[in-house]
Write a protein that binds this ligand. Structure first.
Ligand SMILES: [Zn+2]
Length: 344
């Protein structure tokens, strides 16, 4: 069969087929920056398997007459919720599935952990992971070591600063030399101010204090270090008014909405996010997954932002990419028009 009509049809079909392939290749999702990826071992949050709800429709209650195991079991053992995820089974499983998730959704991530582990993950995704140092005061490197890590490009940020779990305020004088160094090196600092796992003071971190979530505790730090590039991880939840007060008075401060967009009940996540946007801070809210040992949380967090009612495409893009690109002063996916990057 080679009459002109059938040849024409074949050519047309061939063209359509090629176009379909091109559009499939071009259908890479819009880029995302995840400001809150943990790079840790599979046992970092406790012996696996651990199960997390995304979201928890209600937070489990704790009966003080029972041992801590009973409560932890209700929270991470067999929690009561329709959508849950089981933690990775091994360090390799965690790394491989997390990196696959980054690639699948075109995510670039600020990845915080020990320099050794961050380097290992970056072997698998050198172009997708921006190296960051997870920081506890009790395990803090010396200033000299920090300088060396920065000089060798093993860290480009300090996050997550976890001193709240140690009962230490951001305004504690022991933190001052680190903030001074971050200011001098001009690297971002991300500080946990907000929720740990509910009730964590009873099972995981006895020194954790919710009162240290107060974003206004940052004021003396910012006054002393006006060039510090700081973001409040978890957006100071639930201290909304004080978070708004800090953002208003200190226009260089950004927030991320990690964990609110995974484990938190949908209405509460929407209420908090919308309140920050409606108060005028839609250009300083950044996406974060808070992926620890459950790789699927990256996907869940993205989905929940996309499905937040009432947000425009521009507002979602600002949260998912543009704001972080401006804060970090990078554009890893080369996705921004210059005007967007330069917007103050
Ligand atoms: Zn955190």
């Amino acid at each position: 069969m080679s009459n002109p009509i059938s040849r024409y049809l074949l050519v047309t079909l061939g063209f359509v087929g090629a176009a379909a392939i091109v559009s499939a290749q071009a259908r890479e999702p819009d880029p995302v920056i995840d400001m809150h990826l943990h790079i840790e071992t599979a046992a970092s949050e406790g012996p696996p398997p651990l199960t997390i709800c995304a979201p928890y429709p209600t937070w489990p209650s704790r009966d003080p007459s029972q041992g801590e195991d009973a409560y932890v079991q209700r929270l991470f053992g067999n929690p009561d919720c329709p959508r849950k995820f089981v933690s990775a089974s091994s360090d390799d499983d965690l790394r491989i599935r997390s990196v696959a998730m980054l690639k699948k959704h075109n995510v670039y991530a600020l990845g915080g952990g020990t320099p050794e582990l961050v380097a290992r993950w970056r072997q698998d995704a050198p172009d997708r992971i921006i190296p960051s140092l997870e920081f506890k005061l009790s395990e803090a490197p010396t200033l000299e070591k920090l300088r060396a890590l920065h000089a060798s490009r093993q860290i480009q940020a300090i996050a997550e600063v976890l001193i709240q779990y140690e009962g230490v305020s951001v305004s504690d004088p022991r933190m001052d030399p680190y903030f001074a160094l971050a200011e001098e090196l001009d690297i971002p600092v991300g500080i946990h101010m907000g929720p740990g796992p509910p009730g964590v003071g009873y099972f995981g971190a006895p020194e954790y204090r919710m009162a240290l979530s107060d974003p206004l505790q940052l004021e003396p730090v910012l006054a002393k270090h006006p060039r510090l590039r700081v973001f409040v991880m978890h957006a100071g939840w639930p201290m909304l008014e004080r978070m708004i007060a800090l953002l208003y008075s200190h226009p260089q401060v950004y927030v991320d909405i990690a964990i609110l967009n995974t484990a938190f009940p949908e209405p509460e996540f929407h209420r908090y996010l919308k309140a920050l946007i409606e108060a005028g801070f839609g250009d300083r809210i950044m996406f974060g997954s808070d992926q620890m040992v459950w790789p699927e949380l990256i996907e869940v967090a993205l989905e929940r932002i996309q499905k937040t009612p009432g947000l425009s495409r521009e507002q979602k893009r600002a949260i998912l990419y543009d704001n972080a690109a401006r804060f970090l002063r990078i554009d890893p996916a080369n996705a921004l028009r210059p005007a967007a990057v330069l917007r103050p």
